[in-house]
Each structure stands twice: as C-alpha cells, then as structure tokens.
Design a protein around this ligand. Sequence first.
Ligand code: DX5
Ligand code: ZN
Length: 223
Amino acid sequence: MSHLVAPSILSCDFAYMARDIEMCNAAGADWLHVDVMDGMYVPNISFGLPVVAAMKRHAKMPLDVHLMIAKPERYLKHFREAGADIITIHVEACTHIHAALTEIRQLGAKAGVAINPGTPLNSLHPIVQMIDVVCLMSVNPGFGGQEFIRSSVDKIRNLKKLLSAYKHKILIEVDGGVKLDNAQSVLDAGADVIVSGSGIFQHDDPPGAIQTLKSLKRNTKAA
Ligand code: DX5
Ligand code: ZN
C-alpha cells in the first residue's frame, strides 16, 4: 500500500474552510485530519461538533478526527454522527481505553490511538488488537506549526517493528511538524499516513505541497 496524505485543517484559514477543504479534494488528499481540542486535555481550543459536521458537507475524503479532549468516551457517538470516519483518542486522556475503542468500532468507524512524545510504545500492547491506526505524535499536542521532534523517527521505526508481530494491518500515522523537508525520513522509518498542517497551508503552493507529499516513494533500505 502506498502512503496516505492527510492535511491538518487546523492550519487552514477558518474563515474560508470550505474553500480550503475543496482545495484538498482537488489536490487528491487521502484523508482530512481534523484536530479537536478542548482547552483541558490540551491548552488550546479549536472547534467542536457543528464545525466537524460542516466540514463533512465539503470533504470528499474520509474525516480523520483526532480528539485531543479529556474523557473522549463522552463524545464518540456524537463525532461519529457528525461524520468522523476514523476516530482517534489519546491513550493518556481516556480512563477506559479498551471500552472506548470497542465503542468506536461498534459505531462503524476505524479506531485510532494517539500517543504523545513522552508516552512509551508499550502502552499499546494491551490494546493493539483493537486498533486500526496508531497516531504517533511527533510534537506535544495542542498547536499547529511546532517543530518536529527528531527522536520521533526512531520511535516510528520501533513502532513498525512492534506492529509487524500482528496479523491485521495497523496504519502508522505521524502527526506534528511534518513538512516537505522531513517527510521522506518519516516515510522511510515506516509511516503509512503523513499528517501535515502548516507544511501544506503555509506553503506558497498548498496543492503542490499535497501532490509532492503524495509523490514520495518509500525507501525501505533507508529504514
Ligand atoms: C497538533 C495536531 C496536529 C497539527 C499538525 O496538536 O494534532 O495535527 O495540526 O500541524 P503541523 O503540521 O503544523 O505541526
Ligand atoms: Zn492531529
């Protein structure tokens, strides 16, 4: 499978969200990455359910909803109804992660788990059978436009090794600070889904940036 590119809509111009989503449609983006922040689990507040529902009316690709909210289990059904196709919750934010992942799948969405830069990979062991996507954070969550944490490349490699022991395909998504200048190393380390916010929307040519990210080829020898 070739990799997927997921523009992070957090970095778009919110006053022109429909226009920016349509740009992503036309450029062939694979998923739309949607960062929901509550001002509790992370310091920032982004947007909530009605805005996600509005995005759904314009996006041709699946909505990849990344919940950076405390106790996300309260809102899984609501985000599914708003149009989320993939629902990702933070292992650190959820008291009953096993139950929440079960519910996401019962709702008919793909289940994702996000892990912060300071969270060890072994926190995935008890739940790995229940997830479709691991969102490996390469910045501390809360804001777009932060610098990529270099040690994430090794963490991606280690995650790939860990997941290779399992039969079902679990996608590795890398989120935070990924741009044209470091996407190749992220891909070579094992990323299946590249999230990029400021790397696309602050680029002089956003559709060109999406297409360049899509055109990269994984060099497995480099891993
Ligand atoms: C960070 C978010 C990211 C962010 C990525 O908390 O989860 O998805 O929008 O944006 P960039 O690519 O600018 O780091
Ligand atoms: Zn995100």
